[in-house]
Design a protein around this ligand. Structure first.
Ligand SMILES: NC(=O)c1ccc[n+]([C@@H]2O[C@H](COP(=O)([O-])OP(=O)(O)OC[C@H]3O[C@@H](n4cnc5c(N)ncnc54)[C@H](O)[C@@H]3O)[C@@H](O)[C@H]2O)c1
Length: 243
């Protein structure tokens, strides 16, 4: 049976659980060779389950990005898809955002994406093909009144995506961002901690929180050649929240 990602080599950060794990499972089922990375070693079990490979990796570590991509190229000679998916979320307005939270948020959500692009883009340019998918948020499309630092990073990811798309388009490397709404993953527990989950859920026009699979299906489109003419664009999967 042919899959939509046959012969593609895919690297997904934050792949131990949630959306990253879901993308790993779907992509493997569609024929891809999948590499998952995460600070959580639970990612190893996910990789084993799908016949993929796991690297324990902190996205803020530039040297580790280089080492991982070197290993993949040594094994397969290419990287076709990068999903910069790893991220953290904290509900905190200005008053509750100290320098430490700000720096940590930027290091993981923003610099982590930069470092991923920095390590993988030259490989894609060399092969004159590739798809980079950066996971932003609806918090990168509008204000995030409850989450200042998180919102800042997700706007940055959206901006980086467009800039990089312009830079890499002549090399046939595509760069797009995905903007999920409320997705039922461990990250959404933060809404419970802050006591706002019900209030947030009531603002979803379609009436329910998405599963990680619903985002993975969009990522599959962007990873596959079906999206060959899409670059520098924002793809929203939010049940109508920003409508
Ligand atoms: N869940 C939502 O409602 C929602 C909404 C919009 C956007 N997003 C974005 O989707 C992406 C995936 O989130 P999720 O919903 O699957 O949440 P999640 O918390 O289940 O998964 C995030 C993964 O990133 C990993 N991670 C965190 N810091 C890391 C680091 N320094 N290095 C490597 N890995 C690290 C975590 O260990 C975890 O496995 C994130 O970028 C998030 O901001 C999520």
């Amino acid at each position: 049976m042919t899959g939509r990602l046959d012969d593609k080599v895919v690297l997904i950060s934050g792949g131990a659980r949630g959306q990253g794990a879901s993308e790993g499972r779907l992509f493997a089922a569609e024929g891809a060779t999948v590499y998952l990375t995460d600070v959580l070693t639970e990612g190893r079990a996910v990789a084993d389950e799908i016949g993929g490979t796991f690297f324990e990796h902190d996205v803020t570590d530039a040297a580790a990005w280089e080492a991982i991509t070197k290993d993949i190229v040594a094994e397969h000679g290419r990287v076709d898809v990068l999903i910069n998916n790893a991220g953290i979320f904290r509900i905190a307005g200005l008053a509750d955002t100290d320098r430490e939270l700000w720096d940590t948020m930027l290091a993981i959500n923003q610099t982590g994406v930069f470092l991923g692009c920095k390590a993988v883009a030259p490989i894609m340019v060399e092969q004159q093909s590739g798809s980079i998918i950066n996971i932003s948020s609806i918090a990168g499309l509008r204000g995030a009144g409850m989450a200042l630092a998180y919102g800042a990073t997700k706007w940055a990811v959206r901006g980086m995506t467009r800039s990089l798309a312009q830079e890499l388009a002549p090399s046939r490397v595509r760069v797009n961002s995905i903007h999920p709404g409320i997705i039922d993953t461990p990250m959404a527990d933060e809404f419970d901690r802050a006591g706002v989950r019900e209030m947030v859920a009531e603002r979803i026009p379609i009436g329910y929180e998405a599963s990680a699979d619903e985002v993975a299906k969009l990522a599959l489109f962007l990873a596959s050649d079906d999206s060959a003419y899409c670059t520098g664009s924002e793809f929203v999967v939010d049940g109508g929240m920003t409508a």
